[in-house]
Design a protein around this ligand. Structure first.
Ligand SMILES: Cc1cc2nc3c(=O)[nH]c(=O)nc-3n(C[C@H](O)[C@H](O)[C@H](O)COP(=O)(O)OP(=O)(O)OC[C@H]3O[C@@H](n4cnc5c(N)ncnc54)[C@H](O)[C@@H]3O)c2cc1C
Length: 517
């Protein structure tokens, strides 16, 4: 099949598990749904693309803005600084650089983008955001790289001792090309970087703090770097991760604490594990009382081992992010998982080494904005690495909401005088779009602990499996959250409510209006 996103495409109808049309689709079947898509196209391996979603679903299709992809930084009157160049920072750089009248700069502490070996589950919610954020080339890369397995089950949940499948994360109404998939963090980061214009990313720029610019008549923020330099900017996008210095500047009590489990992870060439008999071809998670082992293929030729294992705090304190443990780590894992499904130990034995990372967290921010000029995105805003395998979904949702909010307040007529955007209003829209949803997710994390305690108290394996199935919730509201839909809901309300002292009276008047008034 030939990859293409340009020009007129045939109209096909997807109905009840098959796709009819002239494209000869074999692999793009959709289970059990009747769905009418127009302009379906194919690219590589039978992946179904359909505008307006497949990388063509840029804002010009949904909203009146010409979202093109500049090769160089556009002429600017609005300065934005992104602090942190991880998944959230790279997504912000690629996305926000397409806004008009913006000068964007990313300040990244590291000297280069590093391989940080982890499986990233890209959930449906993330796919929705990416389909509207990425360039066609970026979206094409995602379709090529994501590992989805053979079926439509998402990640299988298996019983830790036997590997029996207990449940799975079905999403039967989602077309194949929008289904969740698995990819390495590095490959995902590379995809995002494809859309970042040259000259935007600045390495070895370690930000110590930000402050409101106190110069007379000044607005915006001043950024203080470790090398003693400072820079002024209209707006800061804090994407500096779980340990965010910027967050702790505003919330000194936002203490990052160990949450009882260590993540051991390794990404290896498929060659190292392909000899293992009975290695599942799906993405599977083995579960036991809060401990999890994930095994999965990722992008072509790559296999991933990730586990979250209960470890004492004294031991966890000796570990660091990307801390490589050779034989000592492998031996520890073999001992820890000796009673689990034997396939897990076989995989562990095939690993040359393993990285260990203590899973820390801090309370999530109630408001994602500060000083009418700072927006928090990604783990900086919701510091719990890996919740529901949806950390990147949350980060991309943040970036997408921020993009839409800034776009909404852009006024090209005032751009020449340096006020192309109403930043405070944009940040208000952003905060209202994200904070309620994220608060609800954080609540769910707490409530899930009650279910976990109930399941863990089972006295037999059969009882454990029964309780797990009974309490497992599929969480589409979270994993498939559509940030554009939420943003539309907020914006349609806030255009009437924002700073409107007469909002209550206006609403009362509207209630009594008849259409045409
Ligand atoms: C074991 C594990 C498994 C996970 N699995 C999944 C999964 O399956 N699915 C999923 O969606 N998510 C998963 N996550 C979470 C996901 O990795 C994070 O949510 C995501 O990486 C957050 O991106 P971020 O850009 O906000 O933060 P980071 O990726 O941490 O990036 C922050 C960046 O900011 C830079 N920085 C920090 N401080 C400064 C400073 N002062 N000045 C300048 N730069 C700075 C850092 O160098 C870094 O590059 C997992 C996490 C872990 C630990």
């Amino acid at each position: 099949m030939v990859a293409s996103n340009d020009g007129p495409a045939p109209t096909n109808i997807v109905t009840n598990g098959t796709i009819n049309g002239t494209n000869g689709v074999t692999n793009g079947a959709v289970n059990g749904i009747t769905n009418y898509l127009t302009n379906i196209k194919l690219s590589g391996n039978g992946v179904v693309y359909s505008s307006p979603f497949a990388g063509q679903g840029r804002p010009n299709k949904f909203y009146p803005i010409d979202g093109h992809y500049p090769d160089s930084v556009p002429e600017a009157t609005g300065k934005r600084k992104v602090v942190g160049g991880g998944l959230a920072g790279a997504a912000a750089a690629g996305s926000l650089s397409r806004l008009p009248d913006v000068e964007l700069k990313v300040c990244e502490r590291a000297d280069k983008v590093r391989e940080a070996g982890a499986l990233i589950g890209v959930m449906v919610s993330a796919m929705r955001s990416l389909s509207r954020m990425l360039s066609p080339a970026g979206w094409e890369s995602m379709q090529r790289l994501l590992y989805r397995g053979d079926g439509y089950e998402g990640i299988n949940h298996r019983f830790w001792r036997t590997g029996e499948i207990m449940t799975c994360a079905l999403s039967p109404h989602t077309p194949r090309y929008m289904e969740e998939g698995r990819i390495s963090r590095q490959a995902l980061h590379d995809v995002l970087m494809q859309d970042v214009p040259k000259g935007i990313m600045h390495f070895e720029k370690h930000v110590l703090r930000v402050e409101k610019n106190a110069d007379e008549g000044a607005t915006g923020m001043r950024i203080f770097f470790e090398d003693g330099s400072t820079e002024d900017t209209d707006m800061v996008i804090a994407a500096d991760g779980l340990y965010s210095k910027i967050r702790r500047g505003y919330l000194p009590d936002s203490e990052v604490r160990y949450r009882g489990r260590v993540s051991y992870r390794q990404i290896v060439p498929m060659e190292l594990v392909k000899h293992i008999k009975g290695l599942p071809n799906d993405t599977s998670s083995w579960r036991r009382n809060g401990e999890v082992v994930f095994l999965s293929k990722l992008e072509p030729g790559v296999y991933s081992f990730v586990t979250m294992a209960t470890e004492p705090e004294e031991y966890a304190n000796t570990l660091r992010w990307q801390h490589t443990m050779d034989k000592e780590g492998i031996d520890r894992l073999l001992e820890h998982f000796k009673d689990w499904d034997p396939i897990i130990n076989e995989v562990i034995r095939s690993l040359p080494s393993v990285d260990a990372y203590p899973l820390n967290a801090a309370p999530w921010m109630c408001d994602l904005i500060r000083d009418d000029a700072v927006a928090f995105v990604g783990d900086a805003a919701h510091p719990t690495a890996g919740a529901y395998g949806a950390g990147c979904s949350f980060a991309f949702g943040d970036v997408r909401a921020l993009y839409l909010s800034l776009w909404r307040s852009h006024n090209s007529a005032t751009a020449t005088s340096g006020t192309a955007y109403d930043v405070p209003y944009s940040l208000h829209l952003y905060n209202e779009t994200r904070r309620h949803f994220l608060h609800r997710v954080e609540q769910q994390i707490q409530m899930d602990k009650v279910d976990l305690a109930y399941v863990s108290a089972a006295e037999t394996d059969e009882g454990w499996i029964r309780r797990y199935r009974e309490r497992f919730t599929i969480n589409w509201w979270l994993l498939e959250h559509d940030v554009d839909a939420r943003w539309q809901e907020v914006e349609a309300m806030e255009r009437h409510m924002y700073k409107n002292k007469n909002a209550a009276a206006d609403i009362a008047k509207a209630v009594s209006m008849i259409v045409g008034d």
